[in-house]
Design a binder for this molecule. Structure first.
Ligand code: ADP
Ligand code: MG
Length: 468
């Protein structure tokens, strides 16, 4: 018989356990990143707690093996930090819910529940190519100053019938600016115009997942063969394999052998090759060898153009004023812009009223507030130098006197807190400093805030003024 001390307590402890799990999984999320979190951590269901062991389940064996191999230690450590009683986390297979999460849902189309269809074609395409989003074509891509170069490069690659015009084509830019859209567009175009060419598109995460599976199943030879028979290989979000050494190694070999055979490679990432942290030097230099095209942040004109095009597709009657308002207010990225427009249209259809400026502001008040609060590094530097009464140029200067170094550190700290910029990006804006300098500044300011309440209040005040 099972002792009473076991799961009978769970009823009362369940809430506590849940709260602990929320904390642990949140910490893990910031450690492993959003993609890995969604694939591996979110599907974990917590079942109970007994004798220092948390019992958790995932829907498939494969997931269990993966989670155990990669996250069980971190899970136990993090959990122990929250509740000292916990010694380990036991993960079992229980296919009770989230059956669809059997494999990581890595492609953009499926994640957001859009219509996706796989096209018929060569076996290897079906075997390893992720489905393409049918809306991500060149026709539906609105071109403006920030993306015209990337667009032109993508078109060139799509239209080249034999010799790759540049190899690799490396597209990079911030979240939601159209990288995946452009790579899918290349794939669609080639499938249409040159169906005999084998185009393989997949995310870097999927690449890694396949690779690791082939190691486990001892089918690495097949794995290599599959990739090496691609005419065009596209790897999306390559930043994912940063720091993953053996996957990088394999990718590097696949990459080289394809380039040597004159095949085209297209890669996307959120940063330029040199800015990707945790990438091997030789891989970075190979990535830099081809054409590197940057998709810049959107401009007002581009945003308005995109909104007009989407409104046209939605066949919705939307006053020009509303589109202008949205283009003005939602500046973060195209995905958010699209989301905002969809919400406004859906709301109007639901309540059966026309779209007006007022209804738009009403429907989107949360989003508009969030966009209002976005601060730039330049604003932070200005505000901080005024506050401490130093010259703006000292934010970039090499002077190390405490009277300027400290405000500079505060500005770096606020830049890290209030913007989405990476450490290297922040460093660059402060007179080309190294990312470790920024890291040090963040730590230093945190430390000072602990010790010195007046200083802490100062920083808090600055933050509030900037968030205004
Ligand atoms: P990324 O891969 O860079 O994060 P996506 O390619 O997924 O971004 O783009 C996000 C959304 O914005 C997609 O729905 C895409 O169709 C849309 N989008 C981005 N740029 C444009 C553009 N220039 N014209 C039309 N739609 C765009
Ligand atoms: Mg993408």
């Amino acid at each position: 018989m099972k002792s009473k001390a076991g799961y009978s307590d769970v009823g009362t402890d369940k809430e506590a356990l849940k709260a602990e799990w929320a904390e642990v999984s949140e910490k893990l999320r910031s450690e492993v990143g959003e993609a890995a979190y969604q694939s591996w951590i979110r599907p974990i269901a917590i079942r109970g707690f007994q004798d220092g062991v948390v019992r958790a389940s995932v829907p498939t064996r494969f997931m269990r093996d993966w989670v155990v191999a990669h996250y069980s230690e971190a899970l136990a450590d993090l959990w122990q930090a929250v509740n000292a009683e916990i010694r380990s986390v036991d993960i079992v297979v229980q296919a009770e819910r989230a059956l669809k999460a059997a494999e990581p849902a890595e492609d953009a189309g499926q994640e957001s529940g859009k219509t996706v269809f796989a096209s018929p074609g060569a076996d290897i395409r079906n075997e390893i190519c992720a489905p393409l989003d049918r809306r991500f074509t060149f026709d539906q891509f609105v071109v403006g100053k920030p993306n015209e170069f990337a667009y032109a490069a993508a078109r060139r690659v799509a239209e080249a019938s034999k010799v790759p015009p540049f190899n690799p084509l490396f597209l990079y830019g911030g979240v939601g600016l159209g990288k995946t859209h452009l790579t899918h567009a290349i794939a669609w175009h080639i499938r249409q115009e040159a169906p005999s060419r084998t185009v393989v598109y997949l995310s870097a995460e999927k690449f890694m997942y396949r690779f690791i599976r082939s190691l486990r199943e001892k089918t690495t030879v097949d794995f290599k063969e599959q990739f090496r028979s691609a005419d065009v290989l596209m790897i999306d979000d390559v930043q994912f394999i940063a720091g993953k050494d053996s996957t990088q190694e394999e990718f590097f070999h696949t990459f080289n052998s394809l380039v040597d055979q004159g095949r085209q490679i297209v890669i996307s990432a959120d940063k330029s090759p040199s800015d990707l942290e945790g990438m091997e030097e030789r891989l970075v230099s190979r990535l830099n060898c081809g054409l590197v095209a940057d998709i810049h942040a959107t401009t007002y004109e581009l945003r308005l153009g995109i909104l007009q095009s989407k409104a046209h597709q939605l066949v919705a009657r939307i006053p020009e004023k509303v589109l202008e308002f949205l283009a003005h207010k939602i500046t973060s990225n195209v995905r958010e812009l699209e989301g905002a427009l969809n919400r406004v249209v859906a709301h109007a259809q639901l309540v059966g009223r026309d779209i007006t400026l007022e209804s738009t502001q009403d429907v989107l008040h949360d989003l508009l507030r969030a966009n209002d609060r976005r601060v730039t590094i330049e604003e932070i530097q200005k505000q901080v130098s005024q506050h401490f009464n130093i010259r703006l140029s000292d934010m970039h200067s090499a002077r190390r006197a405490r009277s300027v170094a400290r405000p500079r550190q505060v500005a770096m700290y606020l830049a890290k807190q209030l913007t989405t910029r990476s450490l290297p990006e922040i460093g660059r804006k402060f007179g080309n400093r190294d990312h470790t300098t920024v890291m040090h500044a963040v730590r230093k300011v945190d430390e000072l805030k602990e010790r010195d309440t007046a200083f802490a209040e100062d920083v808090e005040l600055l933050r509030r003024m900037l968030e205004g």
